[in-house]
Design a protein around this ligand. Structure first.
Ligand SMILES: [Zn+2]
Length: 109
């Protein structure tokens, strides 16, 4: 069973609500049990949320590598490729952030 803190939104698994919210310290009474439907949405989205986070981390790594490549400044072709890759990685990160925000808004997070 999933329980949600009504103060901060923290979600936890268990047969009963935790005595204290690990995130905000709210007491057990502030937790409500999620319905089967609400729980299923969260479980179903769990892996895709992880994938989105991994993609964002990879995009951030691409940004870092591109900046390093631009600092080396080998030649215009190299710099052009790094600039294009850097821009695309930024766009990927923004796509991921928008999708995660929509998951949060739809209580799939
Ligand atoms: Zn809380």
């Amino acid at each position: 069973m999933l329980w949600k803190c009504s103060v901060c939104g923290y979600i936890t698994e268990g047969d009963s609500a935790p005595s204290v919210c690990p995130k905000c310290g709210a007491p057990a009474e502030k937790f409500t049990a999620l319905s089967d439907e609400a729980s299923e949405k969260i479980y179903k989205a769990d892996r895709t949320n992880d994938i989105h986070h991994e993609i964002a981390a990879l995009a951030a790594k691409i940004n870092t590598l591109c900046k390093e490549g631009l600092e080396i400044n080998l030649d215009p072709g190299c710099n052009s490729a790094f600039n294009a890759s850097n821009k695309r990685a930024w766009e990927i990160k923004q796509l991921v952030k928008a999708e995660i925000a929509s998951h949060v808004a739809k209580e799939k997070y």
